[in-house]
Design a protein around this ligand. Structure first.
Ligand code: FUB
Length: 324
């Protein structure tokens, strides 16, 4: 195991939800920034008080991780009222686009974009959120043909259930029992990265018999934290199961699915759950994730880590036991 592996990458601030990318040979991590907060833990995630983003970077997997300072603050985004949760970033035509969720002035999670010429920012936000966007945890894939896809959504405090009718309903029924589990959302960005080209659609995750996963199947159904990686031309959708605390993955032939459940990437970590990214660095695959080791288990004071991921030629991912 490498010296930095499975240890907190940065200790000066609390960080979570790491979206890792390699740009020009250097590793950049786009995490959430956890702040101290007295709110009690609840199912809405009110304890996650997050007001800005800092970009982390590493020359390579063995070098120190650098905090590059403030990249974007909620004070600079006109449509945001609170809770800048898990972001991602892509490079397109030489510009960097930070894609992030936050609550608007009605307390509704939306997805916004901020732009920069540098991977570490500062990022200049677009004036409004992406029209037709909602919920949390955007992960962005720049596909080999240049099209840019956004995978997003999260249950409970992530508000995904509240959009089942097509408009926002705070009292919406949560799928349960034998009802079909909600999948993450899928949308394609336009060339300017300031809108979706079509209405977002919900992705399907199927079991081994081709049946959609059920809401009661909490060890396998999607909860939050989507990520997409490609391996040998196949699309791998990974996500957190939230209430059961696993990272799982499903495989598909197209970016918009359907996806078939394949297995578990990681067993539970210290903390309520984890949130991850999967990235290839120098020909090997790595998982970036978080736990609460740095704070001794305080769920809203998390720290990002990485570990090597073993992916077989047929795409099968070996399950990681994070403390073994
Ligand atoms: O960081 C706030 C929320 O916690 C994220 O949006 C979820 O994925 C979970 O990690």
């Amino acid at each position: 195991m490498r010296a930095n592996e499975r240890t907190p990458l940065i200790r000066s601030i609390y960080t979570a939800d790491p979206s890792a990318h390699v740009f020009d040979g250097k590793i950049y991590i786009y995490p959430s920034h956890d702040l101290d907060c007295d709110f009690p833990d609840d199912d809405n995630g009110d304890q996650y008080k997050m007001e800005d983003y800092h970009v982390l970077s590493m020359e390579n997997l063995d070098s120190p991780c650098i905090d590059n300072g403030l990249a974007l603050s909620q004070d600079d985004v006109p449509w945001v009222s609170a809770q800048m949760w898990a972001p991602d970033c892509i490079r397109k035509n030489g510009r960097y686009y930070l894609v992030f969720p936050a609550k608007d002035h009605d307390g509704i999670f939306r997805i916004g974009v901020a732009e920069s010429d540098s991977p570490i920012g500062p990022f200049v936000p677009q004036k409004d959120y992406i029209q037709g966007s909602y919920s949390i945890d955007p992960a962005v894939l720049a596909d080999d043909d240049g099209r840019v896809y956004c995978y997003y959504g999260g249950l409970w405090g992530g508000q995904l259930e509240m959009w089942q009718s097509g408009s926002f309903d705070r009292e919406a029924h949560r799928p349960e029992g034998d009802e079909i589990a909600l999948g993450p959302m899928f949308a394609e960005f336009n060339d300017e990265m300031n809108g979706f080209v079509a209405k977002p659609k919900q992705l399907q995750i199927l079991d081994e018999n081709g049946e959609p996963l059920k809401a009661s199947d909490e060890a396998r159904r999607f909860f939050e934290g989507s990520w997409m990686h490609k391996h040998h031309g196949k699309y791998y959708l990974s996500y957190s199961t939230g209430s059961t605390h696993y990272l799982c993955y499903a495989e598909g032939d197209r970016p918009d699915g359907p996806f078939t459940y394949k297995g578990r990437i990681m067993e539970p970590v210290l903390g309520w759950t984890t949130h991850h990214s999967v990235v290839q660095i120098d020909g090997e695959w790595y998982l970036f994730y978080h736990d609460c080791e740095l704070s001794g288990g305080i769920t809203h004071e998390r720290c990002v880590k990485y570990t090597q991921l073993h992916i077989d030629d047929d795409g099968t991912i070996e399950t990681i036991r994070p403390y073994e």
